[in-house]
Design a protein around this ligand. Structure first.
Ligand code: PCD
Ligand SMILES: [Cu+]
Length: 807
């Protein structure tokens, strides 16, 4: 006889591939075989193609537009201009920041490559040819590209459409190029701390304009079914439900007649949060022509006309005692928002969560003031792998700490350790109003220091410096340390909304009779691996193996309403909703099991994948058995079926953190900087999938390297964008990318149902200051306190030259 032993508890846990398992990414079978389904893969019968006529000028008046030659080209169906959109009241669209943005330029262009006309043709090539045939007569105007001159008395007037509107979305405007003033904290207190301080430091720290540059550019397919009155929009949307609501509000098509689908997305990185003119023009063109319209950007369009990130000029001031106790922080930011305020931030926070800028430190008093201004640059202001201006904040404070350490002649690590919020202070109320949920910074930092043998590195650096001075080497060694505190998971609906939509998120689960399941979420993966990880959360909650759970996101006709994926909010918010919905399933399953086992519910206990009678584990019902029973038994007092939905409003955000240490070698004669090693310790609370986390950290660090060492979208005085193609916009390849060494500690979030915090953004938040601090540290002993990112070869060489180090 063949006696089968039942699987052990360990085997049952293993089978689930739940929390903590490095389960292989289920989506990759498709992606690695070219079977992904991206927007550009969508091909519909009769589909037409759109392309934009764009402004060559940074600032100019449009005197006339002549479409005749373009319309005469065979295959051209329509050419739309602002005049065509006006009767529909669609020539301007609302931005996420409460401003309006021209869909097609209305009388004026305000940045280079701004959308001026939309050509619709039978194929993409004809559309591109027709773009060249549209004749636009411009009168060039003086361009404003220096944010510091935006509010000068004689600064050119950019936004004629709102010139008399001195009350903006975030309060009064002081100048025609002023957008808002926003502040938080105690200005008088911070000023007093500075006045009374034994030691103060001050620095202007600029975080340059950069761009997320995802592999797949932005695009959409709009299809209006005139018979049923239904509009379907496929697009690269990081927040499909919000797009549906906004589309309904601005087109007056009832929301139930709009279906928004985000198919596979080839990287978002914040770039795909906003609404772009291409989406509106495609929808309008489809409504007008009754056939589907596809619009997909090229790389230059993506880099020069869709949302940028950063462009923050931050003046930081720290007050401290002689022995290094920080007593106050004062910070003012000049924020360059480009031609329209299209920042993606929760409504109440025009500078995002910048006021997390006290960082990991227990600073008794702080103040931050932010002024946003218009310039002749592309609009935007998205996260780019950092939730809502957290990277800027972390960069400012982590640079200021190094600058203070230099002045105090103290090791930057020692200064950090001295000022860290202590473990027992959590939950910690920061001077700028946040409540940090949990943390253990000293332990993380110590683990990082031990792992890299920090003291040995400093000793080696001392020797290197002496050898350099003796003329034995032309390379300087730099050590960069950063300790960041992130804030992710917006959330709480009471203070976070986008365009009035509260930032909760959702999960809906349906268990099938045979014990497998489908779960749908309000978020949308762009490569993060949600189909893998969210099934893992459920596997642990409901005892169904992850491989038996289908995960679906991105179709507004089927997914529950959610606010989408950005700001590392999916795990903190939708991940929590998933766990909560799972618990509802389990609660009903318990009632079913009680009925089947003929015991009281309270006599049952949960064990991995089943309910068993307390003290008698033999008497049990597995989740699989319970699922079937829910469909085939008439259970008194219970509805058939096994489904649940959860809309989760998080009580607080989560505060992941990390300690990063980077070592560089700078060649002073060429400015070439070699990243010798990079160690990243991340604490994101409970880890769902360690392998995915490692991949997220690798990706985020590579983006940090890109920003710190080379990316820069700058503009010349007449408004030409520089860095608008991959010829001069730095995108690191395997050649430039060092080996990333990852590590972790685990400090669960006390309020998240499974204790998880976000992680996707963290490596960018901590990576940029660690790299920048390392480069500047290489020159610190020669008197350098700060130098401007990106630390490309030319700038680093200029720094060496200005310090008299070049040959
Ligand atoms: N503890 C934990 C956490 C987390 N995790 C995982 O990891 C990931 C992530 O998560 P998160 O952090 O939560 O986040 P999400 O929300 O999902 O996502 C977002 C992010 O994500 C990142 N990453 C990535 N990846 C990829 N691949 N792609 C992409 O695009 C991207 N993006 C980027 C960004 S930028 Mo913004 O938008 O700027 O705001 S934000 C962001 C997923 O899968 C999850 O589940 C785990 O496992 N654990
Ligand atoms: Cu940000």
């Amino acid at each position: 006889m063949n006696v089968q032993t039942p699987p052990s508890a360990e085997e049952r846990v293993e089978k689930l591939q739940g929390l903590g398992s490095s389960r292989k990414r289920v989506e990759d079978a498709r992606f690695t075989q070219g079977k992904g389904n991206y927007v550009d893969d969508i091909k519909l019968p009769g589909m037409l193609f759109g392309d934009f006529v764009r402004s060559p000028y940074g600032h100019a008046r449009i005197k006339s537009i002549n479409k005749d030659a373009a319309l005469a080209l065979p295959g051209v169906v329509a050419v739309l201009t602002a005049e065509d959109l006006k009767p529909l009241n669609l020539h301007y669209m609302p931005t996420l920041a409460g401003d309006v943005q021209a869909v097609l330029a209305d009388e004026k262009v305000l940045f280079q490559n701004q959308e001026v006309a939309f050509v619709v043709a039978e194929d993409r090539y004809i559309a591109a040819d027709a773009v060249d045939l549209v004749e636009v007569d411009y009168e060039e105007l003086p361009a404003l590209t220096d944010a510091f001159k935006a509010m000068d008395a004689d600064a050119p007037l950019l936004r004629e459409d709102i010139k008399d509107k001195m009350e903006g979305a975030h309060g009064p405007r002081k100048h025609h190029n002023h957008i808002f003033h926003w502040e938080e904290g105690d200005e008088a207190g911070a000023s007093k701390a500075l006045a009374d301080a034994e030691v103060t430091v001050e620095e202007l720290i600029t975080y340059q304009r950069v761009h997320p540059c995802p592999l797949e550019t932005c695009g959409c397919v709009a299809s209006m079914d005139k018979i049923n009155g239904k509009l379907t929009l496929w697009g690269t949307f990081q927040a499909p439900h919000a797009v549906r609501t906004v589309a309904s509000l601005i087109t007056n098509i009832p929301e139930h007649n709009i279906r928004v689908i985000s198919p596979d997305i080839g990287g978002g990185f914040g770039n795909k949060v906003g609404v772009y003119p291409g989406y509106i023009c495609s929808a309008v063109a489809s409504i007008v022509t009754g056939v589907p319209i596809k619009w997909v950007e090229d790389r230059i369009e993506n880099l020069t006309a869709t949302a940028f990130a950063r462009d923050y000029h931050m003046t930081g001031k720290l007050a401290a005692t002689k022995d290094g106790k920080i007593t106050g922080l004062h910070c003012h930011v000049l924020a360059d928002h480009g031609a329209f305020d299209a920042c993606a931030d929760p409504t109440k926070f025009p500078a995002g969560f910048f006021h997390i800028c006290t960082g990991s430190y227990d600073i008794p008093v702080a103040y931050v003031g932010v002024d946003g201004v218009y310039t002749n640059k592309a609009p935007g202001g998205v996260a780019y792998r950092c939730s809502f201006r957290v990277t800027e904040a972390a960069y400012m404070i982590e640079r200021m700490i190094d600058i203070l350490a230099l002045k105090l002649e103290m090791d930057p690590v020692e200064l950090r350790m001295k000022n860290f919020i202590r473990k027992e202070q959590f939950p910690y109320a920061s001077a700028l109003g946040w409540e940090y949920d949990s943390g253990d910074y000293h332990t993380a930092m110590q683990k990082a220091l031990d792992s890299v043998s920090h003291q040995a590195l400093r000793d080696e650096q001392a020797q290197n410096r002496a050898a350099f001075d003796r003329g034995e080497t032309r390379k300087l060694m730099g050590i960069g340390v950063a300790h960041f505190t992130e804030i992710v998971g917006a959330g709480p609906v009471k203070n976070c909304d986008i365009l009035g939509l509260g930032m909760f998120d959702s999960c809906e689960i349906r268990i099938h009779p045979t014990g497998s399941a489908i779960a749908r979420l309000g978020t949308i993966s762009q490569g993060q691996g949600h189909a893998t990880t969210f099934a893992q959360i459920l596997a642990s909650e409901i005892g169904i193996p992850a491989e038996d759970i289908t995960l679906e996101e991105g179709d507004t006709d089927t997914a529950p309403y959610g606010l989408g994926t950005y700001g590392s909010r999916s795990t903190p918010v939708a991940g929590a909703a998933t766990a909560m919905a799972g618990r509802k399933i389990r609660a009903k399953a318990q009632m079913i099991a009680a009925y089947l086992l003929e015991v009281h519910e309270d006599d049952l206990e949960w064990d991995i994948d089943r309910f068993q009678v307390k003290g008698n584990p033999e008497a049990h019902k597995t989740m699989k058995e319970i699922a079937f029973a829910s469909y085939n038994q008439a259970i008194p007092g219970l509805e058939p079926g096994l489904e649940a939905v959860s809309y989760y409003d998080p009580p607080n955000m989560t505060y992941p953190f990390g300690a990063y240490i980077c070592v560089v070698d700078v060649d002073v004669d060429t400015g070439v900087t070699d990243v010798r090693s990079f160690y990243a310790l991340d604490d994101c609370g409970t880890r769902i999938n360690p392998m995915i986390i490692e991949g997220q950290v690798h990706g985020g660090l590579t983006e940090a390297l890109a920003i710190a060492m080379g990316q820069d979208i700058s503009y010349d005085e007449i408004g030409n964008v520089q860095g608008g193609s991959l010829m001069d916009f730095f995108l690191p390849t395997a050649v430039e990318t060092p080996v990333w060494q990852t590590d972790h500690t685990t400090t669960p979030s006390p309020h998240h149902p499974i204790g998880a915090k976000g992680v996707g953004e963290s490596p960018n938040v901590g990576g940029v200051p660690a790299l920048s601090n390392a480069v500047i540290d290489a020159f610190a002993h020669k008197g350098l306190t700060h130098s401007q990112m990106p630390h490309d070869h030319w700038r680093v060489w200029k720094t060496a030259q200005s310090l008299g180090l070049t040959g």
